[in-house]
Design a protein around this ligand. Structure first.
Ligand SMILES: NC(=O)c1ccc[n+]([C@@H]2O[C@H](COP(=O)([O-])OP(=O)(O)OC[C@H]3O[C@@H](n4cnc5c(N)ncnc54)[C@H](O)[C@@H]3O)[C@@H](O)[C@H]2O)c1
Length: 398
């Protein structure tokens, strides 16, 4: 029997906690060797060293096979390179870096150290997306001619993360496209494996959550906003965090009392029109691939939906997938619908990526490691080129 993989978790926020959960369900495979976070409360029953910073954790000499980097975006490159240089395998939350140059620096370090860098692209490990890829690659709809992919974030989640929260200011890390849509670009890379994207154009802006759209009489924090104004505001923090429970998993304490306190005191209680945000709230990316395949990615904040809907067009039929069901519509023969079983966060992707991580660390075959990182880098390459197109107004040719 193989011994469990021991990993130090750097950053014990939402993602750190999600990966830590695997130790409870799979103790024979995965052990938490240490936890680092300056503010998080660590579980009382945890039996491992804890530190206030990632530096202290890496300097501690604590024996471990790997580290999991679930820190803010701006720290990813530095911490990943240092962890690799100390001989650890790494599960690195996306993005790999905040610029293409940072991503390249991580790649150089991976090649130098021959250690694993597995990026937190949980969706490709989720049973739904595994099934979808199987259907696409089965040839049932012939050659892909075009793909229309909608990444609908929902106005609640988008206001939380990209207006009030961590990714509201592009210069503090990465903007919406690189942070959120590298998941989408990663899926696209997986669906089109082997075909290179040759041309990219992108358009997008911060359309609505701007100071000039603040309703008359609105205050800078929802707690100070007149009831009559709040009633008409869909983005009112009380509606998003108190009336609804959908986003409470972002906070360690999900109780009503904690939500009220959080709305009164934290950045998540600010008026969406007074957050100093500059991240885009909608963006479209047009891509042309080798062989003429065209792909449209549309990212939208102002939606009731919080899912991805993808329409694949092929020479022999169509597929429509919406993270719940996969409809296969060949031009000849009957249509079918598949509903893959899904359990757990990210459709089971959080759990399955950990299973893969443990397997990769145990098998330790450095020949595969660079390929794994390169596949993840492709999504970043496209995302950064799309941003270049948005900033310059030009079509980027590769
Ligand atoms: N794969 C996914 O689907 C997915 C989803 C959400 C977020 N993410 C990524 O995961 C990362 C973390 O996001 P999150 O939502 O968990 O954020 P978070 O804010 O909940 O967690 C980050 C944690 O890092 C801690 N931290 C900050 N500086 C530190 C330091 N010097 N040393 C140790 N800890 C420190 C913070 O206190 C915080 O608890 C981000 O890069 C984000 O892009 C990935």
């Amino acid at each position: 029997m193989k011994s469990p993989v021991r990993a130090i978790i750097l950053g014990y926020g939402i993602r750190g906690r999600a990966y830590a959960a695997y130790a409870k369900t799979h103790p024979e495979d995965f052990i938490i060797a240490g936890l680092a976070d300056p503010v998080a409360e660590f579980p009382a029953d945890i039996d491992c060293p804890t530190w206030k910073s990632w530096e202290d954790a890496l300097d501690s000499g604590t024996p471990a096979d790997a580290v999991i980097i679930a820190l803010p975006d701006a720290l990813h490159m530095d911490v990943c390179i240092k962890a690799l240089e100390r001989g650890f395998h790494v599960l690195l939350e996306k993005p790999i870096g905040c610029s293409w140059a940072e991503c390249q620096a991580v790649r150089d370090a991976q090649i130098r150290t021959r250690r694993l860098v597995l990026t937190g692209y949980v969706l490709r490990f989720a049973p739904f997306y595994k099934k979808l890829r199987e259907v696409i690659t089965s040839g049932v709809i012939g050659d892909l001619t075009s793909v229309h992919h909608l990444s609908a974030i929902s106005y609640g989640k988008a206001s939380h993360a990209y207006c009030r929260g961590n990714w509201s200011v592009e210069s503090h890390g990465t903007g919406m496209l690189v942070n959120k849509c590298t998941h989408d670009f990663d899926l696209i890379e997986w669906w089109t494996r082997g075909r290179k994207c040759k041309k990219i154009s992108s358009f997008g802006s911060l359309y609505h959550w701007r100071p000039e759209n603040k309703p008359e009489g609105a205050a800078d924090r929802c707690k100070d906003c007149p009831q009559a104004v709040r009633e008409k505001c869909a983005f009112d923090a009380y509606k998003i965090y108190y009336d609804s429970t959908e986003l409470r998993y972002h906070f360690p304490d999900e109780s009503d009392e904690a939500m009220l306190k959080m709305i009164e005191t934290s950045p998540y209680g600010r008026c969406v029109y007074a957050c100093g945000n500059d991240s885009v709230d909608h963006q479209t990316v047009l891509m042309e691939y080798e062989g003429g395949l065209t792909i449209i990615l549309e990212m939208e904040s102002y939606s009731q939906r919080r899912n991805r809907v993808t329409h694949f067009y092929g020479t022999r039929g169509e597929i429509v997938a919406d993270e719940h069901q996969i409809e296969i519509k060949p031009f000849l023969g009957d249509s079918t619908t598949i509903i893959p079983a899904q359990t757990g966060h990210h459709g089971g992707g959080d759990r399955e990526i950990m299973t893969e991580f443990v397997k990769l660390v145990r098998d330790a075959s450095p020949e595969r490691f660079t390929k794994i990182l390169d596949a993840a880098l492709e999504s970043h390459r496209i995302a950064f080129l799309a941003e270049e197109s948005r900033y310059t107004g030009k079509t980027i040719l590769e």
